[in-house]
Design a protein around this ligand. Structure first.
Ligand SMILES: [Zn+2]
Length: 217
């Protein structure tokens, strides 16, 4: 059984923290909380916060931090978080982290650890730009794990291989830049509280999980 049960997972896009969450949840009975799931649940339940969130989403606007924090707080107050939780996708910024601290205090919980899944930018860029697909039949390839035999053409239909702009190097660089700008103050914030644990996420999934278990056991 793990000892640190109330966790925040942080990691840049491409670090694979989703995969590791799944692997941990298969072993440990704790609650996974993602902001996406909370949004859907609150909107479905037509709670006050859910209605507010929906208004912003319908207008194509970002849901303000206060609304997200409120929803996270009410989720954390639920009984199934007694056994421990992984909070994934929130906080992403320093103001959000401060709001989270306030929400945790309100429901009488505290964090045991903030896990940072670290990877060098060059590795992340390689992963984030790995997806390519066939123009003709739509078959999806991965340049690292499942490349087409010939980089230019589809194995199945000889169609031209191309990359979506979402997966381009420029987009990936932008995403990482934004991530680092937002997250560095957050990392300092948790370091000062002695809550931050770095995990090297550039290794086999089993080794990442083993390192994580060492930190939280
Ligand atoms: Zn094809």
């Amino acid at each position: 059984m793990i000892k640190k049960k109330n966790l925040v997972f942080l990691g840049p896009p491409g670090a694979g923290k989703g995969t590791i969450s799944e692997a941990l949840l298969a072993k440990e009975d704790i609650t996974h909380i993602s902001t996406g799931d909370i949004f859907r649940a609150e909107i479905k339940a037509q709670s006050e916060l859910g209605k507010m969130a929906k208004d912003y989403i319908d207008k194509g606007q970002l849901v303000p931090d206060e609304v997200v924090a409120g929803m996270v707080g009410s989720r954390l107050a639920q009984d199934d978080c007694d056994k421990g939780f992984i909070l994934d996708g929130f906080p992403r910024t320093l103001p959000q982290a401060e709001m989270l601290s306030a929400e945790l205090e309100k429901c009488g919980r505290s964090l045991d650890g903030v896990i940072y899944f670290a990877a060098a930018d060059e590795v992340l860029l390689e992963r984030l730009t790995a997806r390519v697909l066939c123009k003709k039949c739509g078959k999806v390839y991965n340049k690292i794990f499942m490349p087409p035999k010939n980089a230019e053409v589809c194995d199945d239909c000889n169609g031209e291989i191309y990359q979506r702009s979402d997966d381009s190097l420029d987009t990936a660089k932008d995403r990482l830049k934004v991530y680092h700008e937002q997250t560095s103050p957050l990392i300092e914030y948790y370091k000062k509280q002695d809550l931050l644990f770095d995990i090297n996420s550039v290794q086999d999934k089993a080794d990442v999980l083993a390192d994580l278990l060492k930190v939280i056991a």
